[in-house]
Design a protein around this ligand. Structure first.
Ligand code: SF4
Length: 74
């Protein structure tokens, strides 16, 4: 499984991740991305059905703000 969170300090609100993996990412009021699965905590596994889209988003983020973990964040 994958766990993920977004570093909002480096996200530039480009909109790619939510368009690519709408099941995983959403945006706050400033357009900065966060993981909607677990309020950006990185503790809920990415659903199997969203894994491919998640990898696409991870690889497409222009600022490497999407963190990909194989264990829950803690
Ligand atoms: Fe932010 Fe990266 Fe998502 Fe763009 S793709 S909104 S920079 S996290």
């Amino acid at each position: 499984p994958f766990y993920t969170w977004v570093d909002k300090h480096t996200c530039i609100a480009c909109g790619v991740c939510g368009a690519t993996a709408s099941g995983v990412f959403d945006y706050d009021d400033e357009g900065l991305a966060y993981v909607k699965l677990d309020n950006n905590n990185g503790t809920t596994p990415v659903p199997i059905k969203d894994e491919e889209d998640f990898i696409d988003a991870f690889e497409s983020c222009p600022t490497e703000s999407i963190k990909k973990l194989t264990l829950p964040n803690r």
